[in-house]
Ligand binder design. Sequence first.
Ligand code: NAP
Length: 289
Amino acid sequence: MAEGRKINTETEILGLIGYPLEHTFSPYLHNYALDKLDLNYVYLTFEIRPENLQEGIKGLKSLGIRGVNVTIPYKEKVLSFLDEVDSLADEIGAVNTIINKDENLKGFNTDALGFKRMLEEDGDFEINNKKVLIIGAGGASRAVGSVLCRNGIKELYLINRTRKKAEELGHIWQKNYPHVKIETGILAPEYYNLLLKRVDLVVDTTPVGMSPEIDVPPVISTEKFHSNLLVVDLVYNPAVTTILDAARKAGAKTLNGQGMLLYQGIEAFELWTGVDPDNIEWPGDIFKI
Ligand code: NAP
């Protein structure tokens, strides 16, 4: 319990569910903000074994838990146990935040909302009408592509090591957003070098370059990077991955995944408490937790 707050009968409970729950940033982030804003909540962790997931979700209602974050491996599985799912989370097929309001459990995807907020607030990037290249077709890519399409991008190119996964995701987006030009491909320079000339934004959603493998070459060749690009890597540790280093050297603007990580938490916090904690001063070492 963070110093300064007292647990009493009015204290509302927030938390994180997952299995196994490894070292995570969320309890630190939320308890820090609750403390700073003097809100009568506490954020705990709940490791729920797979066979108990449905019972655990029911327990949120019976124990009056105000809200939880959801992490690996339950982001997709929880959807079927909720009363309501926000339309963006439903489209992505993953929920990372649940609110319990009067025994109605509603799921949201604040990873997607956090990514959007990072682009707009930290990247000063206006999404509408832009052309985008996304690398990778996993869970994070689903969130990023959906939120970009929803916010008015004009063209979306999705490239992935496994062609089939890119094609499947591309079909889903094309069905939901017929007005966006969507193309898929593999990680072949003959294909993406032409696209690099065309797009405004490149988003690397692969784990390539993530600690401890920080010296591996970028997932795509960066020869054609240029100064009109914004290059985003969702990896947040290290702060400057090899792809971001190359982008900086080419004069491009860059963002790492720290903003998305922080904003997904901020968006969840606001959904539960009604308070936007964006103005509090975060400790300098927050991403090293
Ligand atoms: P995921 O579902 O496992 O998807 C990973 C994707 O990366 C797949 O498309 C995979 O390609 C591709 N990939 C993996 N290793 C590769 C390699 N060596 N070369 C080329 N492609 C490779 O993972 P995820 O949940 O989307 O997460 C991806 C990354 O985003 C992780 O680093 C995660 O930490 C980060 N992330 C950050 C935030 C944030 O808040 N900043 C939020 C979510 C995720 P195949 O399809 O060919 O396997």
